[in-house]
Design a protein around this ligand. Sequence first.
Ligand SMILES: Nc1ncnc2c1ncn2[C@@H]1O[C@H](COP(=O)(O)OP(=O)(O)OP(=O)(O)O)[C@@H](O)[C@H]1O
Length: 220
Amino acid sequence: MPVLEATELYRFFHAGDDEVVALRGITVALDPGELTALRGPSGSGKSTLLACLAGIDEPDGGTVSVVGERMSRRSEAERARLRARHLGMLMQSGNLFEHLTVGANVRLQMQVSGRDRPDEIADILDSLGLDGLANVLPAHLSGGEAARAGLAVALAPKPPILLCDEPTAEVDAMTEQRVIERLIEACRIGTAVLVVTHSATLAARADRVIDIRDGGIVHD
Ligand SMILES: Nc1ncnc2c1ncn2[C@@H]1O[C@H](COP(=O)(O)OP(=O)(O)OP(=O)(O)O)[C@@H](O)[C@H]1O
């Protein structure tokens, strides 16, 4: 049974007199343990789709359900509760609190999701090549390190659903490999992983590749 289901999602934006259709009727379901790569050119709607799936943005049409509960058209507080319980997210804007160290960011996410395992923090950072950075503030990380720290935060509570926007941007080939292995490991324990990526290496390792153009799915 899918852990995330989105049906006929529409999202419109207005810029002056112009209307941009960012999502035009996207239907997608994610199964536990599946690694899905989401590809598409710049402006095709990838980030908008992720934000709608995560309940950060509200679609103008269609519904999103996570682990059997409807997420769309609910109050921000209810969406936040569902997100905390079921979703790990790495968005392009980043998901690190600047005044907290990397380790404290990971810990906070564990606490928010109700799965507080401080003994696991070092291992999570290690597995993403971030050993030694637990006590560092996000401002002192490189772009690639910050993305991986964000991924550590998203992975820490072992969520049933993980949504990531370009987790391997700004990293070398070896680090990319490490991130991919970590995502596959998350799938092995049953997480449904959806990754926006331009990486051919990542797409080649995915169970499924979805291509979007102009807000619609052209290949699944
Ligand atoms: N807040 C907004 N206001 C107006 N237009 C928006 C907004 N967010 C997105 N758009 C527009 O919606 C379309 C889809 O944008 P989106 O950011 O989802 O694309 P993307 O595939 O993630 O692009 P990229 O790969 O460059 O991040 C684009 O035409 C974009 O300009």
